[in-house]
Ligand binder design. Structure first.
Ligand code: HEM
Length: 230
């Protein structure tokens, strides 16, 4: 990315200067690091407190990759259960729970029975949408299997699941985030088995959320990696 921006800046006609590039990169770090890491932590936390599901995900990955392999980007399509895990985790724990604040600038707008006057700041509560019992069965349960055979995705086409937003200002980092989430999870699950520390058991893992622009666990997830036995 930096390479491409520097190339553009070198062109005499370019209006991009060093400060623009620094700000752009800072934007990418701010928007991309916290969100991606929180997404991976929540997915691991949910899998770890659902022992059957973590084993199912590990078996799928280990079967596809084989012994002593490395997970590649192209393997993601061969891991349907892992894809369901990612969707389900983003449904329950969207890293940006209110998207980014919007303002209705052009005119008053009406959405169903709601009137949104011109110049209103609008927050889209993605967290509530993902847990809405009129849309999702057992909304608070972590059930990746709910996506089995359903074409619903997180790419802004299905408004019941929009962790990256939708429309013109949808997250531009989505393709990268999608790869990061699947690859990091696949590596962690492929290479290691996981155990809780200090007698913690799945049933009493703290899953409370810290309020903020990005959704984090209140308590850090403390688990011990055990190297996979070949
Ligand atoms: C799991 C990871 C991520 C999630 C859940 C996420 C989610 C979001 C959401 C919800 C928005 C606001 C969209 C809207 O208001 O409709 C957004 C905006 C944005 N995201 Fe991401 N994001 C993630 C990763 C990334 C990464 C890896 C990058 C870049 C490297 C990135 C760059 C951005 C930028 C620059 C914006 C602002 C776009 C604009 O205002 O037009 N995001 N993201």
């Amino acid at each position: 990315m930096l390479d491409a921006l520097l190339d553009i800046a070198q062109d005499e006609k370019s209006e991009l200067d060093d400060d623009d590039i620094k700000h752009l990169l800072l934007d990418l770090f701010l928007a991309g690091v916290d969100t991606s890491s929180s997404a991976v932590v929540w997915a691991m936390a949910e899998l770890l407190r659902n022992p059957k599901k973590i084993v199912k995900a590990q078996e799928e990955i280990r079967q596809v990759i084989g012994l002593n392999g490395i997970v590649h980007e192209l393997d993601i399509v061969k891991l349907p259960y892992l894809q369901e895990v990612v969707k389900e985790s983003l449904r329950l724990h969207p890293p940006a729970p209110f998207l980014i604040p919007r303002k209705s600038v052009s005119d008053d707008a009406r959405i169903f029975e709601f009137l949104i006057p011109k110049n209103t700041q609008v927050l889209v509560n993605v967290l509530a949408i993902g847990r809405d019992p009129s849309v999702w069965e057992n909304p608070t349960q972590f059930e990746p299997e709910r996506f089995l055979g359903r074409r619903i995705d997180v790419k802004g086409n299905d408004f019941e699941l929009i962790p990256f937003g939708a429309g013109r200002r949808i997250c531009p980092g989505m393709p990268l985030a999608f790869r990061i989430m699947h690859l990091v999870l696949a590596f962690l699950l492929y290479g290691f088995d996981w155990e809780y520390q200090d007698g913690v058991v799945p049933e009493n893992v703290d899953m409370s959320e810290a309020f903020g622009a990005t959704l984090h666990k209140t308590e850090p997830l403390c688990v011990v990696p055990i190297k996979k036995r070949v």
